[in-house]
Write a protein that binds this ligand. Sequence first.
Ligand code: DC
Length: 215
Amino acid sequence: MLLSIAVDGPAGSGKSTVAKAVADALHITYLDTGAMYRMVTLNIIRESIDLKDIDRIQKLLDNIVIEFRSDGLYLNGENVTEEIRNNVVANAVSGVAAIGIIRTKMVAMQQEIAKGQSIIMDGRDIGTHVLVNASHKFYLVASVEERAKRRMRDFQAQNIHMTLEELIRDIESRDEQDMNRDISPLRQAEDAILVDTTSMTIDEVIEYIIQEVRS
Ligand code: DC
């Protein structure tokens, strides 16, 4: 039987790290859907497109090539793995992810990728829209302070320095935008298992999900 696992939750809840590790453990495909919205955002920034200019956005979507290659994430043939993580993209992505035609295209691409294979995807609307019939759905949460501390450790490892207060502000602002947008706002699917990771280690979360999937 094919597995389809949805992992949703707010920024910094540990979704990507956990989903990647579960994919490795279960030998299934991992799809980082947030990276797709980040690639569209980078494309829009580079082309200096106004978010209200739906015609230009539609043209960009008609021509966009998003690839997950073994050595990284490619936007229109260029490796943008690192660039999509920078702060300019991070601050703009919630606005981009709120645009209907962009979501429609991304969801269609994600559903196409999911066809015929076992997959785990992380995002905001996987359990509610992308994989509505997923075999397993998880909704990860953690306190804002804990999420900001995790982000700070990630950034420090990349030599990026931001204060905890700045990170808390950024996370709260992204939560606010992701939860209150009109289309597919971030919310827990009714049939998703809620996992509060605030006082769990990443390994504990990974182990918990693997056990749930195997049981
Ligand atoms: O998971 P992330 O931080 O890379 O996600 C980047 C942004 O994309 C985030 O602000 C919410 C949005 N997103 C979304 O709306 N739907 C998804 N399935 C994944 C991400």
